[in-house]
Structure formats: structure tokens, C-alpha cells
Design a protein around this ligand. Sequence first.
Ligand SMILES: NC(=O)C1=CN([C@@H]2O[C@H](COP(=O)(O)OP(=O)(O)OC[C@H]3O[C@@H](n4cnc5c(N)ncnc54)[C@H](O)[C@@H]3O)[C@@H](O)[C@H]2O)[C@@H](O)CC1
Ligand SMILES: Nc1ncnc2c1ncn2[C@@H]1O[C@H](COP(=O)(O)OP(=O)(O)O)[C@@H](O)[C@H]1O
Ligand SMILES: [K+]
Length: 472
Amino acid sequence: MDEMAGRSVGIIALMERAGWAVARAIRARFAPCRVLVLCGPGNNGGDGHVAARYLERAGWPVQVALLAPPREGGPAAEAAARFSGRRVEFSAENAARADLVVDAIFGAGLDRAPSDTVMAVLRASRRLVAVDLPSFVNGLTGAVLAERPPYEVSVTFVRPKPGHVLYPGRTLCGEVVCADIGMPSDCIAHAQPRIFLNRPGLWSIPAMTAQDHKYSRGVVSLCAGRVMPGATRLAAAGARASGAGLVRISAGVSAEAYRLGAPGLVIDDAPLEALLEDTRRNVWLCGPGLTPDEVEDTLPLLVASKKCVLADAGALGWAAGAPEKLRGVSVITPHIGEFTRLFGAPGDDLVCAVRSAAGRIGAVVLLKGAVSVIAAPDGRVALNDHASPALATAGSGDTLAGVIGTLLAAGMPHWDAACAGAWLHGEAGLRAGNWPIVEALDAHLGDARAEAIDQARRLSCETDNLAVKRRA
Ligand SMILES: NC(=O)C1=CN([C@@H]2O[C@H](COP(=O)(O)OP(=O)(O)OC[C@H]3O[C@@H](n4cnc5c(N)ncnc54)[C@H](O)[C@@H]3O)[C@@H](O)[C@H]2O)[C@@H](O)CC1
Ligand SMILES: Nc1ncnc2c1ncn2[C@@H]1O[C@H](COP(=O)(O)OP(=O)(O)O)[C@@H](O)[C@H]1O
Ligand SMILES: [K+]
């Protein structure tokens, strides 16, 4: 994106707006105070010089400390030349003396852990604002290359980076301000983004319509087992609460136990092979509440009959160490333990690990966590931070599986359904108040779905209006 912008608007113009945005964000959040801007050798340092110039112009006492001089003839050198204010040594003493320190040392170009000198200066700083990212947070992965207390604000440009969203980097950035610096839209499109923040508009969920009937809304079917009926029932409840037309549990010889549950559920005791002949029942959940033997008796049949299968919980344990056994399923929803048992430890780069897992089994992989990572086999990845720690309670993963089942049954593409399901589940968690039990999430899923539909609609109206204005 930067390369293409360099050939059109020019990096120096973007740098000017970036530095201005940093100065503006600081002026909006802090009273005038002694500012030290720490500048590195690249364009991050260039942004720092521009910010220093604008703060000084606004009457703030500003000093710049240079880690290393910028490359001659480049845009950062030009920005440095335009700053004519005070320069001081790059030292911990100077950092400790400042009321506010602006970290413009490294940004997108960070490629190794910063030196001890750099870290000593940052650790001596009392209050910190980052240009783009803290200089020891990897923007692509959120990996943290050194220890330091959190920043107050990070001002980034054009789009937030994965490092602002993913843990542990997320905890260090403080408030993230994403400034529009006039990056031309053709440069953004040319970059072909493949990583998205999970928000309505990235996908759209079918709304209720006057002519809906239960089969048009979609049927969700679940495989149930003998020993853990709770998990299956939670998934079934999640599916119903998020708007499935009909939810059926295939329980075989255990059917009586499930018949005591919610009256709106249909319980089948016929052999699975017979149930699979019903062409209205295309979406199946397999795993919540199942033992490995029960998965072995069901999942291969579902896959062989070309149903759309979401595999979770017991089904992921069944395939531990042999993820190819899951080929043919549409979506899997592991938490980090299940993911590790399937594919090995993901390491620092979750996006890369989840994307490669999705490619390996040819299914959407949703790695659940405080920020969930949702990858499609074609390489698209969504990061879902629309969630609440209220969800960190046993069984909430079963609820999520049910919600995604509903969206698959409504005909959404697999990756869209997984992304939208994670968002609805998160929204229900946010609405459910303090310390909800898992069953309490269900009461909020209908409103969560309505909210997602509404937000996506508003966004598409805004886009249409913009297009009309542009044409005019
Ligand atoms: N996205 C955009 O469109 C724009 C980005 N801009 C800024 O440009 C930045 C990226 O600039 P650059 O690509 O020049 O990269 P940086 O300014 O982040 O750093 C690049 C230099 O630092 C060195 N380096 C990296 N890690 C180091 C370490 N640990 N110790 C010592 N040296 C290290 C690199 O070898 C390279 O020489 C962004 O973060 C942003 O602040 C803005 O100037 C304008 C527009
Ligand atoms: N701290 C947290 N913040 C946000 N969401 C969380 C947090 N902890 C867990 N979750 C969400 O709660 C769900 C827990 O699922 P899972 O680990 O499968 O639990 P279970 O197996 O008990 O159902 C996941 O969707 C996960 O993303
Ligand atoms: K920085």
C-alpha cells in the first residue's frame, strides 16, 4: 500500500498527515506539557518529527531525541529537516524528565527485539503515546518483544493492524486511534487486505421476512450422546435462541433423556442413516457432548452424506493429532487446547497458524479465545474482539456452536456464518450483564441478531449514499 501511495500521493504527504494526526490526538487528550519525541531511523521517526513540529507550533515545549539518523534523501530525512526545534540526547534521563514521551522509534518496520538502550529509555518514560505501535510490539502478530508497562494511546494510520487487536500486544497499546490520512482507496484495494476486523458489514445475516417459514429459516440437527447431554442441549438452545426455524436432536437409544428437555426441540430416535435422507436437514453439529466412540459412529456418516458439518468439542478430541480426519467438515471451533492437540502449538503468529490449519483441512477454523481468529481455507482471516469475559464460562462454546449452526442453516457461506456467529455470541456476552450463567446468554441472542442486521443495513446505506455523492 505504501509503495503504491509513494508513486501517487507521495509518502511525504501521508507522513505530514500522520504526524498531524498524532499531534491532534495528543492535544485532544493531554494538557500542554513537556513532550519528548523519540525518533527512529525509518518513516515512524519521520511521523514523530512531523508531530513534534505541530506540537511546537501549538506552543507546547517539545524536544526530539534521535536514536539514529534517517536515510538521506528519504521522506523521513525531509521531515527531520523541517523540524527546527530543540534536540537532546537519546537517554533515559531525558525520558524521565519529560511529562509525556512520544514513541516514534519503530513501527511497521520493527523486525527484531529493540536494544537494551531503547528499552531503558522507554522504561524510564512516565507516560507514553505510540506512533503506530509501541516499538516492541509486532504489528502483524501482536507478539511482544520486550517488557514495558502499557501506553496510554497508540495512533495508527489507515487501518488498525493485527498487533493492535491480538493479545498480548493489545494490552500494551492503550486506546487505539486510527487516523484517516487520505490513503487513496485504489492503494487500499491494491493491497488486497486478507485480514479483517469482525464487524457487521463484513458479512450480512438474513433478516426476518413476512413469508418466512421454519424450513426457509433453516433446520439445525445435532448428534447427541449418552453421557454428556448438557453440552448438546446448550448447543441446541443456542441454535434456537439465535433464530433457527427448527432444531432436532438425533439421540438414538438415549432419546428418552433428551425428551425431558425443552418442548420446542424435536428428538429423533431413528438410526442416523435414515435421518440423513431428509434433504431439508443439511446442517449438522457433531461433537458437543459426544465421546470419541460416539463421534466415530456419526461424523464419518455425516461427511459421507455431504452434509454441512460443524465439528466441535468431542469431534476435535477424536481427531487429535490427525486433523485430516476432519476433511469434509465445513467449520471447526477449537479453543487453544483443542487447536494444539489437533495441529500443534500455534506459536506467536496466530493468524498464520489458523490460516494454515484451515488450508490443511479445507474447512473454516475458528480458534476461540478472548480475541477469536477465524480463517477460511482461501486465506481470509477475521479477528473477533467483539466479546466479553462474561463468555468465559463452561458451555459457552456449545452455545456458540449452536449459533453458527443456525447461520449455516440460514444459508450463509461457511466463513461468514462463523464470523457472524462469533459476533452474535460476543454481543450476547456484552448484553448479559455481570457474571451470567451460560444459559443466560440465550435471552440476548435474538436482540444480538437484530442489532447485527441493523448495523449491516446502516453501513450499506452509508456506502450507497457515498457512492451516490461520488457519482454526483
Ligand atoms: N501506512 C502508511 O501508509 C504510512 C506509514 N507511515 C509510517 O511508516 C512506518 C513504517 O516505516 P518504515 O517502513 O520506515 O519502518 P520503521 O520506521 O518502523 O523502522 C524501519 C527501520 O528500523 C530498523 N529496525 C527495525 N527494528 C529494529 C530494532 N529492533 N532495532 C534496530 N533497528 C530496527 C529497520 O531495519 C529499518 O531500518 C509506519 O509504522 C508509520 O508510522 C507514515 O509515515 C505515513 C504513511
Ligand atoms: N476472556 C474472554 N473474553 C471474551 N470471550 C471469551 C473469553 N474467554 C472465553 N471466551 C469465549 O467463550 C467461549 C468458550 O468456549 P469453550 O472454551 O469451548 O468453552 P466450553 O468448552 O466450556 O463451551 C469461546 O467462544 C470464547 O471465545
Ligand atoms: K512506535
